[in-house]
Design a protein around this ligand. Structure first.
Ligand code: E4P
Length: 217
């Protein structure tokens, strides 16, 4: 399973590059606003830093303006995946862009029926928001399971990109279901490294080592 970083914060991206875990980046208008940067400069900088797909979202809702914005965003670098909302207009834009081999990430997916339409529209990625469904008392991972089953039935090429992840268990559940990608805020990546027994075990090893008086170097 690929791991994308869900942030538009350049410093956060730079800090995690050395881990070798980052296969791409996703942004959205809220994350761009939070970063305080200009969208075109920010996406260009992220593309310079990261090798994989970098999602940049349109901010219009009508077809013509979304297409015009998509032209600007996709011209930044070939690795840009233009993010469009899961609306009828968004899927028309998705179809037009995918026919020109421009990557499209269809975002704000909350049902399997929506995911089916996105795949038929030629989306490179579908982004179901698991955390926002969990927030409402639903089980976001059930949606991922349904989309996996449907896409398998018809051999769709669209990659399932688990979005709105809230905790490390979402990562494990997504991987168990065979999702293609999960996008994670930096804090969740940091949490993934952690286990109390790792900390406890390391402390005990170091304590015992100190008693030997030895040094490897
Ligand atoms: C990424 O593509 C999504 O926009 C993001 O994961 C949404 O996360 P949130 O529900 O925590 O805002």
């Amino acid at each position: 399973m690929k791991i994308f970083l869900d942030t538009a914060d350049i410093e956060q991206i730079e800090a995690l590059l050395d881990t070798g875990m980052i296969d791409g980046v996703t942004t959205n208008p809220s994350l761009i606003a939070k970063s305080g940067g200009d969208i075109k400069q920010t996406i260009a900088k992220i593309c310079d830093l990261v090798d994989g797909p970098v999602s940049a979202e349109v901010t219009a809702t009508d077809i013509d303006t979304m297409m015009a914005e998509a032209e600007v965003l996709s011209a930044i670098a070939p690795q840009v995946a233009v993010k469009v909302p899961l609306t009828k207009e968004g899927l028309i834009v998705c179809r037009r862009l995918s026919r020109r081999d421009i990557m499209v990430n269809v975002t704000l997916c909350f049902s399997a029926g929506q995911a089916l339409l996105a795949a038929k529209a030629g989306a490179s990625f579908i982004s179901p928001f698991v955390g926002r469904l969990d927030d409402l008392g639903a089980d976001g991972m059930n949606l991922i399971a349904d989309i996996c089953t449907i896409y398998d039935h018809y051999d769709f090429d669209t990659q399932i990109l688990v979005a709105s992840a809230r905790n490390p268990q979402h990562v494990v559940d997504a991987a168990l279901l065979g999702a293609d990608v999960i996008t994670l805020p930096p804090a969740i990546i940091d949490q993934l490294y952690k286990h109390p027994l790792t900390d406890k075990g390391l402390a005990a090893f170091l304590e015992d080592w100190k008693k030997t008086g030895q040094s490897i170097l």
